[in-house]
Design a protein around this ligand. Structure first.
Ligand SMILES: CC/C=C\C/C=C\CCC/C=C/CC(=O)SCCNC(=O)CCNC(=O)[C@H](O)C(C)(C)COP(=O)(O)OP(=O)(O)OC[C@H]1O[C@@H](n2cnc3c(N)ncnc32)[C@H](O)[C@@H]1OP(=O)(O)O
Length: 302
């Protein structure tokens, strides 16, 4: 039942005409994503989309302060924005970045996984799965311009992209640090990392919950390029131009060849994966770990 409610909510959101989204900011023109006129913006307050139709490129900027945590709303709005771009043949590439200074994304929203109902957990997890599937199998060239720290789910988002550019700032570490929270990265998080850095590096990184600073991130291959902070966006645009020089059909079929087997593993057992998540996240010991971790984050200031 819970699963059906979750699926219905997501389906309703996905099918809702864009212009009727409650938070939509349609047709606002703004400063160019890559310079020049004709840039149009749409999206929602938490997921801004700047489009440059002449270049065929869009920029998705996550804006969920203070830390760009991936709440249910952010996940849903992100999927809707991607869907809109995928369906508009004007666009061939998208850059994913953050509008929150110093933070790419703090990952999954811990408050969505703590002290909530089973129905809520199911709805949330389906939304996490949905975003992963959409990003991982996107026909667009997807480039991450990582302009801030990027733990766990934040790292996962960038791992689904075709290429990762990281700003060279020692504070901007990246990795799947789930074990440090007393939780476990699901198998498809693990697969995404293994497909990027190889089995041994992934095993060590996952068990130890490693967060790599830029130079190390580049060395292990969890990012493809490290550039000075003020060049992240221009570097992402240069990389985009190179990837867009490849004929779409050949690149898309090749991407599918590389990624579909991994995605299919989740698609074939999506409901079972949700059930497993429900069992795991509802355990008293896991809820306790999450509460302790959240309290530590909150007390940092005090
Ligand atoms: C099939 C499945 C089978 C098995 C496994 C099942 C399930 C487990 C899988 C679950 C996977 C989870 C992946 C995740 O993404 S978990 C999230 C991991 N994220 C982190 O560890 C990052 C935590 N945050 C930080 O380290 C810092 O906040 C950060 C470095 C990002 C920024 O530091 P800064 O000093 O700038 O800000 P803070 O003062 O720390 O934070 C400001 C407020 O934001 C709150 N906060 C931070 N992170 C989160 C978050 N991820 N979710 C929700 N809220 C967050 C923080 O508490 C502060 O709140 P207030 O004090 O202002 O109330």
């Amino acid at each position: 039942m819970a699963l059906m409610v979750g699926a219905r909510v997501l389906a309703r959101n996905l099918l809702r005409p864009w212009s009727r989204l409650p938070d939509a900011v349609p047709g606002r023109t703004g400063p160019a994503a890559g310079g020049g006129d004709g840039v149009r913006c749409f999206g929602s307050p938490r997921v801004l989309v700047e489009t440059d139709p002449a270049k065929g490129v869009a920029v998705i900027k996550l804006k969920n302060p203070p830390v760009n945590s991936l709440s249910l709303e952010v996940l849903t709005e992100f999927v809707i924005s991607l869907e809109k771009l995928e369906n508009d043949k004007t666009f061939r590439g998208v850059i994913v970045t953050s509008d929150c200074p110093g933070i790419f994304s703090a990952g999954l929203d811990l408050t969505e996984m703590c002290g909530k109902s089973q129905a809520h957990y199911a709805e949330y997890w389906r939304a996490v799965q949905e975003l992963w599937l959409r990003l991982y199998l996107s026909n667009l060239v997807v480039i991450a311009a990582i302009n801030g720290v990027s733990p766990a789910g934040g790292c996962l988002i960038s791992l689904t992209c075709d290429y990762r550019v990281l700003a060279d700032n020692p504070k901007y570490s990246i990795g799947l640090n789930e074990t440090l929270l007393g939780i476990v990265a699901p198998s498809w998080f693990k697969d995404t990392l293994v497909n990027t850095v190889g089995h041994r590096t992934a095993e060590r990184a996952l068990q130890l919950g490693l967060l790599f600073p830029p130079a190390e991130a580049l060395r292990v291959g969890i990012v493809d390029q490290v550039v000075p902070e003020d060049q992240v966006h221009s570097a992402a645009l240069s990389v985009m131009a190179r990837w867009l020089a490849i004929p779409d059909h050949a690149r898309q079929l090749t991407k599918n060849l590389m990624r579909k087997p991994t995605a299919d593993r989740l698609v074939k057992q999506r409901d079972a994966d949700i059930q497993y998540f429900l069992q795991f996240i509802s355990r008293d010991s896991i809820q306790k770990s999450l509460r302790v971790y959240l309290d530590k984050l909150r007390q940092k200031k005090g």
